[in-house]
Design a protein around this ligand. Structure first.
Ligand SMILES: Cc1cc2nc3c(=O)[nH]c(=O)nc-3n(C[C@H](O)[C@H](O)[C@H](O)COP(=O)(O)O)c2cc1C
Length: 385
């Protein structure tokens, strides 16, 4: 039995977040769609990849840095867009952009963040990325992108795997999707006094709890649920590759299409003019039963070759996962849940520590596989038997 005095891994922070957060919020981050098979596969498929130990090479200088869209990053990692992160930690997106800045990696702000692009821009030391969901009201999309541009964003992540929202049973059980009867409301309200640290720090001092990028569009919204209902009506299920042309006309920065999970769609994204794709199943929150991001990475890389920048996400929990993803064909990875668990548990300082841990895991794993540079990471580091 260990003392467990200091959290180190993503799982350690997850355990702390579970204790600190009201149940519905913890489940909202933690859960996936249906039976959560894909959510589990995202993590498990990383574990099945065996590395090959190499010795007697000069590994006195190991460099984890990489270039992405012309920018040098300390490691090939981006903090993924996560809706409602500001409900998990006080002004969560502001804390996250600061921690990402300290680690010299990009932070991507979700359309449905609590803090607005302007609030995040004020705290950011360098440009952050912005993520877009296509809404029926194209005027709103145009205005939002203009705000992101003014806030200094150069990289737009356009998420295409949420044409309809996946059925997340934990959210349904908790009344986050579909509402509650009076007893349910009473039981849910009890969660707040049961989690006083969160209640004081985020519930009271972390206000306003609104979708910062949408507050002017839903002026009558009184709660997050009102916003959520509006957004669910606004997602545009008729969106096709043709809409990329329209986006291209109004966005002159990099366009990164997120939510690609098969070679055919990857080719379509490149033909439509994407500067990059993110291989992703939305962290197992959309179509349960699909392949993991890491399983699809080499297949999509084989199809696209070097024609475009390839990012991937789903299940990245450590520096070792990052080197496995890069060796499988990704130029960089996005990480979702772990940054929110860490922030919920220990705030910005905790996230900074965790990102440092990830970098040192990368460095050690690269050294022990005999690699000194990110550009050298390829399938040779795998033990394929
Ligand atoms: C709680 C939660 C909220 C999310 N919100 C968004 C979002 O607003 N926009 C988006 O493009 N992806 C969103 N995602 C998906 C993440 O960007 C990312 O694809 C996924 O979390 C990666 O898997 P991982 O959590 O295993 O790292 C969300 C994921 C979670 C867990």
């Amino acid at each position: 039995m260990t003392l467990n005095l200091i959290p180190v891994t993503a799982q350690d922070y997850r355990g702390l977040a579970r204790k600190r957060l009201p149940r519905n919020l913890f489940d909202y981050i933690d859960g996936g769609a249906y039976t959560e098979t894909t959510l589990a596969a995202n993590v498990n498929d990383f574990e099945t990849i065996q590395l090959k130990q190499r010795v007697m090479r000069d590994i006195s200088s190991v460099n984890t840095s990489t270039k992405l869209f012309g920018e040098t990053l300390d490691m090939p990692l981006v903090l993924a867009p996560i809706g409602l992160a500001g409900m998990m930690a006080r002004r969560g997106e502001v804390q996250a952009v600061k921690a990402a800045g300290a680690a010299n990696i990009p932070f991507c702000l979700s359309t449905v963040s609590i803090c607005s692009v302007e609030e995040v821009a004020e705290a950011a030391k360098k440009p952050f990325w912005f993520q877009l969901y296509m809404m029926r009201d194209r005027g709103y999309v145009k205005a939002l992108l203009a705000r992101a541009k003014r806030a200094g964003c150069k990289n737009l992540v356009f998420t295409v795997d949420l044409a309809v929202v996946g059925a997340r049973y934990r959210d349904m059980r908790n009344g986050m999707a579909g509402g509650l009867n009076p007893w349910g409301k009473f039981r849910a309200a009890l969660e707040y006094p049961l989690h006083p640290a969160w209640l004081f720090d985020v519930g009271i001092k972390g206000k306003p709890h609104m979708f910062g990028n949408l507050s002017n569009l839903v002026p009558n919204a009184k709660s997050i649920t009102d916003f959520k209902n509006w957004i669910d009506e606004q997602f545009d299920p008729s969106c096709t590759w043709k809409d990329i042309e329209w986006l291209r006309d109004i966005w002159d920065g990099n366009l990164i299409i997120k939510g690609i999970l098969c070679p055919e769609d990857a080719k379509s994204a490149v033909s439509a003019g994407a500067d990059a794709i993110v291989i992703s199943n939305h962290g197992g929150r959309q179509l349960d039963g699909v392949s993991s991001g890491i399983a699809m990475t080499p297949r999509i890389k084989d199809t696209l070759g070097d024609t475009t920048t390839i990012l991937m996400d789903g299940g990245v929990r450590s520096g070792q996962d990052i080197i496995k993803a890069v060796a499988s064909g990704a130029d960089a990875v996005l990480m979702g849940r772990p940054w929110v668990w860490t922030l919920a548990a220990k705030g910005q300082a905790g996230l900074e520590t965790y990102l440092n841990t990830i970098k040192s895991e990368m460095r050690v794993s690269m050294a022990l596989t005999g690699t000194t540079n990110v550009s050298e990471l390829n399938q040779k580091i795998f033990d394929t038997g």
